[in-house]
Design a protein around this ligand. Structure first.
Ligand code: DON
Length: 305
């Protein structure tokens, strides 16, 4: 495995030259586009890292997987899916249009920004501080990494420039999708996106999902198996936004990307994978990260289809 990962990272380094790091959150433009790393946690207890797997990056949209799990634990699927739908979209991750044109006016799914902001609004905690405290605690428990924290420079940068998310949230307040103080909910959302991790952390979250909600290394149950199934299914249909179809064909693993350059991939009953490469394509997904996952899936026959 180590040799395979090393050769996959070497082959695909050339793709780090393609695409651009995210700039719409100014602080993210400081990322080094040459970085490329992978970490694999198998369900039988093996762990392997290659390339820049120790470099920290912010979770961004990968955090939506964590908040979906926590919102499911807090509310149950019935209440959650009353507010947020479970349908894929061909629009971009921060699209506004369907919020007005669809009836009922639910955000399409918990992975796009509108649905993720609504998901965060459902997490218990009367203020953004309380919510983020619980989100951090939950993330640290899954990963076993007590040092996971918020990158406050990224948080401030997104809070100052996140007008599109602000528009989505105020629109959802007007239609009754979200209750409560909009700015406070946005603060919690911007903070969850700014949680700083490495490939190892996201591989561990993925391994728990791959293992049907149990931490493979301790046997501790984090979420019920049927919640893990819901989350993985939504990752397949919606995790890579308007590139989810292509990802399903070429990689075939439940996955979730973030504009920090990370991708979390959970191979059911086999392994959790975390990859990182900050240069993105137009759809907000890591170009080299996608190539790495495509090659690994082909070599190890990981597609679930
Ligand atoms: O809300 C945003 O736009 C970012 N904090 C997260 C978006 C994101 O990661 C999209 N993923 N590829």
């Amino acid at each position: 495995m180590q040799i395979l990962l090393s050769s996959i990272i070497n082959h695909n380094r050339k793709y780090t030259k393609e695409g651009e790091v995210a700039t719409y959150i100014p602080e993210l433009s400081k990322a080094d586009k040459n970085h490329l790393g992978i970490y694999v946690v198998t369900l039988d207890g093996e762990e392997y890292g290659e390339g820049d797997y120790n470099v920290k990056f912010t979770m961004q949209s990968i955090s939506k997987v964590v908040t979906l799990m926590l919102a499911l634990l807090d509310n149950g699927p019935e209440k959650l899916f009353e507010k947020i739908d479970m349908e894929p979209t061909a629009d971009t991750f921060n699209s506004i249009s369907s919020l007005e044109t669809r009836n009922p006016q639910k955000p399409l799914n918990p992975m796009i920004n509108s649905g993720a902001i609504a998901t965060t609004s459902l997490i218990y905690g009367e203020s953004s501080e309380k919510k983020i405290e619980r989100i951090l605690k939950f993330t640290r428990r899954i990963t076993g990494n007590k040092d996971i924290n918020i990158n406050y420079d990224v948080f401030k940068s997104e809070k100052e420039t996140g007008h599109r998310n602000r528009a989505l949230a105020y629109y959802m307040k007007s239609t009754g999708v979200i209750d409560g103080d909009v700015e406070d909910i946005l603060d919690a959302y911007f903070m969850q996106c700014s949680m700083e991790v490495t490939c190892k952390d996201i591989a561990r979250i993925a391994a728990m999902l791959a293992n049907n909600g149990l931490l493979p290394w301790s046997g501790e149950r984090i979420i019920p198996a049927h919640y893990a199934r819901i989350v993985k299914t939504i990752m397949v249909t919606c995790g890579m936004y308007d590139e989810s179809g292509e990802f399903a064909v070429k990689v075939g693993i439940p996955g979730k990307s973030g504009v920090g350059g990370g991708i979390l991939a959970a191979v059911p009953n086999r392994m959790g994978i975390g990859v990182f490469g900050p240069a993105l394509n137009k759809k907000g997904n890591s170009i080299a990260g996608l190539k790495v996952l495509e090659e690994l899936s082909r070599e190890l026959d990981l597609s679930i289809f």
